[in-house]
Design a protein around this ligand. Sequence first.
Ligand SMILES: N[C@@H](CCC(=O)N[C@@H](CS)C(=O)NCC(=O)O)C(=O)O
Length: 217
Amino acid sequence: MANLDFYFSPGACSLATHIALEETGAAFNPKPTYTRKGQTRTPEYLALNPKGKVPVLVIDGKVLTENTAILTWLNRTYPNAKLLPAGDALKEAEALAFVAWCASGVHPVLGRFFGPQNFTDLPDSADNVKTLATKANAANFAIIEKALSGGKDWLFGDWSVADGYIFVFFNWATKLGLDVSAYPNYAKHFERMQKRAAVQRATAREAEALAAMDKAA
Ligand SMILES: N[C@@H](CCC(=O)N[C@@H](CS)C(=O)NCC(=O)O)C(=O)O
């Protein structure tokens, strides 16, 4: 059994990995690291991950970053958890393509809402960044909505880490107050996800970590 240290920030994209870890049933050491408190930018953290980001999974002392890579490692290491479609290389690759798009396509667009100042330094232009991000996000959410059409419970037949990843984005969209009324399949998927035991364990741990950090502030 590998020793696993898991660095996450409550509510951040690391929740996709957090859910997957819970789905494996593997024991791990949670290391809450709050991005908004600059805890991913300390010299100690940057020594661990020079990108200054969560998630990080330290596996027997070896550092692995990036949701896509960590999810792939978890799938290989805990095959019984069936984190990606098994027994069909193409189906597995399709699910991985979806995961890669979550990281490279969906996440960066939503990231513009959290830090519009990183995308423009023109005066009074933050709202323009958000307006453009709203449009780009709607196009991404429409793709997810279509992928969930036809009465599907999950994106790729059985539950996969792609489902865990899109859960993070719907959560962000509702917290940001974005209009999600055009995505009924996605909304139902979000409700379905909330009923999964692994999701409940991960979100409860993140809520506890957030409360502890707020208390310490
Ligand atoms: N491509 C990375 C993105 C990681 C990322 O952007 N994480 C954000 C949280 S959602 C972060 O740690 N931000 C802290 C910062 O930039 O200071 C992945 O998928 O793991």
